[in-house]
Design a protein around this ligand. Sequence first.
Ligand SMILES: O=C(O)CCC(=O)C(=O)O
Ligand SMILES: [Fe+2]
Length: 204
Amino acid sequence: MIIDNKLLQCGICRVAVVDDGIDWLDWASKLSKPTLDSLTFEGDSHYAFYRNIMDEPSFPFPIILNHVAAAVQKYFDVNSMEEMRLDDAFCVHYNTSQKDSSGAKHTDPSDITINMCLEVSDNIEGSQVKFYGTKNLHDVLPLKDDDSASAFLVEQQPGYATIHWGDHPHETLPIEHGRRTNVIMTLMFKDKSRSQAANRTCYY
Ligand SMILES: O=C(O)CCC(=O)C(=O)O
Ligand SMILES: [Fe+2]
């Protein structure tokens, strides 16, 4: 597991999901097309492109969850992935033809979010995820107060999952060049008494 220590100290864990059997680009091209459902009743007005993929039959959710399990267990106070359930999953896609490719500042309706990057074009500019403030991770020495970032950017890299607490405020910056496709998976503690997310108001 190669983990970026600076990000960890800010509360973000980035993990490579390398699997010979998965063609991320192929999934990006498939999922970044609208469906009738995504165009009609399930749109999320906060994203220029949003497509729910909970019912996508062959998307490799189990493989992704397997790859991130060790990191989730080490850093997010989870003893076993059995304690978590996948509550929702959707694809976001950004390109320069979109009128507004930013994502407003929010927290997620999740205890833990896994944001899997499928595709980033070579000419990408912008479209970083900007996090506000730092969060503590298990087993990571937090930054001293004066080093603590008030906000920082996380670049997205294809094949990497960004794992963060659902209540870590973040936004997506507008894309200036290129295209990007990510899949966002929201995880909840099955034990409702451990879940902070059920009654969260996500937008400010
Ligand atoms: O990748 C993106 O632009 C969305 C990021 C996000 O909202 C998340 O990780 O929860
Ligand atoms: Fe989010």
